[in-house]
Design a protein around this ligand. Structure first.
Ligand code: PEP
Ligand code: MN
Length: 264
């Protein structure tokens, strides 16, 4: 299998225009759950840039659980992400939700995100496998490690070897948290695969107070980086406010993960 360490013993390091992902140099992708407005996005971009992130995240196409919830700004959102990149120098990671929009999202994004709900959308995996953009592959909320590895294999088998795994929590009997963040999967994946692995403690817990401790733990568990939701005013967020960090908490998190990375 192309994903395996047997196929490729050394770590894959993905070069996104000078920003390296993999090989244990921490990469941080941060920003709001959704692109809501020009003001909100640019403010978020400067916050995460100043705290030391390399990527701005933000959904323009949102796969919401309810059809009545905010669905995203779509192409307008992509334009705003491109403007934020221009103003800050941050790279852009944003979700592509279907085959029809792969080409428009690829024309704006530096990294294409496949969301948890689409991890086994094999047509979509094949479509992003035909692009030249790195793919951030989130774990399906009920996916086993083997299913997740096979999803990456779908992308790689089309010729795109730049895949990044993102652990974002799975469904378990525990409902105190939104999901159960499976950090054992992170250490396991790093052993069986050469691909980079990052952790999303925001969706992984659903609770902003748990994000900093889980970010620290992720780094200790061999993650190559983090994806974190940050909002200038989480109480006003159109989606995922309860799990979004304030600018202050995000800055504190950045210092903490640096301390952990140096210690291990
Ligand atoms: C997201 O990162 O915006 C998102 C929707 O996450 P997930 O696919 O992990 O639920
Ligand atoms: Mn979200």
């Amino acid at each position: 299998k192309l994903v395996s360490r047997e196929f490729k013993p050394e770590d894959t390091i993905i070069d996104v225009d000078g920003i390296l992902i993999g090989g244990r140099q921490l990469v941080v992708m941060a920003g709001p759950c959704a692109v809501e407005s020009r003001e909100q996005l640019l403010e978020s971009a400067f916050i995460v840039k100043n705290a030391g992130a390399q990527f701005l995240r933000g959904g323009a196409y949102k796969p919401r659980t309810s059809p009545y919830a905010f669905q995203g700004l779509e192409e307008k959102g992509l334009e705003l992400l491109a403007e934020a990149r221009e103003q800050t120098g941050l790279k852009i990671v944003t979700e592509v939700v279907d085959v029809q929009t792969v080409s428009v999202v690829s024309s704006y994004a530096d990294v294409l995100q496949i969301g948890a709900r689409n991890m086994q959308n094999f047509q979509l995996l094949k479509a992003v496998g035909k692009t030249d953009k790195p793919v951030l592959l989130k774990r399906g909320m009920a996916a086993t490690l083997k299913e997740w590895l096979n999803a990456a294999e779908y992308i790689m088998s089309e010729g795109n070897y730049n895949v990044i795994f993102c652990e974002r929590g799975i469904r378990t009997f525990e409902n105190y948290t939104r999901n159960t963040l499976d950090l054992s999967a992170v250490a396991a994946l790093k052993q069986v695969s050469h691909l980079p692995v990052i952790v999303d403690p925001s969706h992984g817990t659903g609770v902003w107070k748990l994000v900093r401790p889980m970010a620290r733990a992720a780094v200790a568990a061999d993650a190559d980086g983090l994806m974190v939701e940050v909002h200038p005013n989480p109480a006003k967020a159109l989606s995922d406010g309860p799990q979004s960090l304030t600018p202050e908490n995000f800055s504190a998190m950045m210092q903490e993960i640096d301390t952990v990375a140096r210690a291990i």
